[in-house]
Write a protein that binds this ligand. Structure first.
Ligand code: DLL
Length: 439
């Protein structure tokens, strides 16, 4: 598929409008959303009253900064239904996100929200080059996770044939791709990589398969992993972002032109990028924490949601024809940061080093412990098939080279384990790259 600008655009009247028109429409929507919240949200109304803010006070998009942020703790404290803004009889779907500790957070959708979600998914699918008639195989789980059902209805809405396979059962996925003529695979990038590897082991001929597009999301998709999947599966992959608290998938999607950036569905989400420490806005193009305010939610509206995801946003027009803002692919979260002997580091720094080293695959596992009294980082990597050897001298040579390259960036030495291809455990959903065993 060529990265051309002649692919259909889902909502051209909005997605190709001028920045002024986009902001004007966002202001209209934001006013309506604040009014909705004022009239319906028992959670937010007292908070707005407490700061003396009334819906009529929102005169420009900049006035939004007067309103408080919302963090995950608010969703935990009000578990399960305390932030719902419609009568429970009108809620037709629940989803939840497990998080790492404590109770899950629960979100709800009414008929309007489900419809709005479908539109958002249709839009990101079109960005990825998915067209009516495509055969879309779902490898996200159907369950409380928003990935499966969210993308499912968008694919149907677009006029695709959905193959609701779900997560897991990799051999069946391969059989379905071959027998049903699948053209689009929807998965986490780590699970897509696993499907690719299992296929290769079984002699699956990716080059002549019908598969054309990998629509990925739910976890970071480092450029090196994406490039590897694209060349081995002979497909074109796009990265898609979203989170349960504001909807699920459908917040932003990658088009065929600006690789590694994603167009935000700005008619559904107002974005801000703030300094994670101070909460103050950063300048356009600077990295900070993404803050999202859904513009058209009814059952579960949230104001200024702190995503903890780090990115930067540009409003420069894109070669695909869209003028909606583009966010850089999310590589890390504010809470991903590890402190090792007083030094901060993000797993994405390791990914960046690995991307420069041809001999290792982009799949990795970081384990941190302090059994010896000092923080210790053990990094497990797989050598690529082509360089794998039984000659320990060769392996030692790679080990030293990789430790040195990592030290240059991280400023500390890691314990490096080089293992056979396929040794690091694969998952069918979101990969867990970091295990912190410190107490
Ligand atoms: O992962 C929603 C989703 C499903 C998006 C399928 C795309 C495709 P949660 O389970 O609530 O929702 O997790 C949200 O996952 O705050 C990010 O940290 C991370 N995340 C999601 N998509 C991406 C991505 C779904 N494309 C959290 N790149 C978010 C990097 C992502 N991180």
């Amino acid at each position: 598929m060529s990265a051309s600008s002649d692919m259909p655009i889902f909502n051209p009247a909005f997605e190709t409008a001028s920045r002024e028109q986009i902001r004007a429409r966002q202001l209209e929507l934001l006013k309506e959303q604040i009014q909705w919240i004022w009239d319906h949200s028992a959670y937010y109304r007292p908070k707005l009253e407490a700061i003396g803010f009334e819906p009529g006070d929102l005169k420009s998009l900049d006035d939004l900064v007067r309103l408080p942020f919302t963090d995950k703790s608010a969703l935990r404290d009000t578990y399960p239904y305390g932030m719902f803004a419609v009568p429970m009889e009108q809620v037709i779907r629940l989803h939840a996100s497990s998080g790492t500790t404590g109770k899950p957070i629960v979100v709800g959708y009414n008929q309007h929200d489900i419809e709005e979600w479908r539109l958002c998914i249709e839009s990101v699918m079109q960005m990825a080059g998915v067209v009516p008639g495509d055969r879309v195989q779902m490898a996200f789980g159907y369950g409380m996770f928003t990935g499966g059902f969210g993308l499912h209805y968008g694919a149907e809405g677009l006029g695709c044939m959905i193959i609701p396979a779900g997560a897991g059962n990799t051999e069946r996925h391969l059989m379905q791709i071959a027998d049903y003529g699948t053209t689009v695979l929807v998965a986490t990038p780590s699970y897509a990589m696993h499907i690719c590897e299992v296929g290769e082991q079984q002699g699956f001929d990716w080059a002549s398969s019908t598969l054309r597009v990998g629509l990925f999301g739910g976890e970071p998709c480092p450029p090196a992993l994406k490039a590897e999947i694209e060349s081995r599966m002979h497909i074109f992959c796009t990265d898609n972002y979203g989170l349960t608290e504001v909807m699920g998938p459908g917040v932003s999607g990658e088009c065929l032109v600006s690789r590694n950036q994603q167009h935000i569905n700005e008619d559904h989400f107002f974005w801000e990028v703030v300094d994670p420490q101070t909460g103050e806005p950063v300048g356009e193009g600077e990295i900070g924490e993404l803050v999202l305010t859904p513009l058209q939610k009814q059952a579960f509206p949230v104001l200024r949601y702190r995503t903890h995801d780090l990115t930067r946003v540009t409003t420069e027009p894109c070669g695909c024809g869209r003028s909606t803002a583009r966010m850089d692919k999310i590589r890390s979260r504010t809470d991903d940061m590890l402190i090792i002997r007083g030094t901060n580091f993000f797993p994405s720094q390791v990914e960046d080093v690995l991307a420069q080293i041809e001999e290792v695959s982009p799949i990795y596992r970081i384990e941190v412990d302090n059994e010896t009294g000092l923080d210790r980082v053990t990094l497990t990597l797989e050598l690529e098939n082509e360089v794998f050897t039984d000659d320990w001298r060769e392996i030692e040579k790679y080990r030293k080279m990789i430790i040195r390259r990592l030290h240059d960036v991280l400023q500390f030495n890691v314990v490096l384990k080089l293992v056979n291809p396929g040794q690091i455990e694969r998952t069918t959903g979101k990969a867990k790259h970091v295990l912190d065993h410190r107490r």
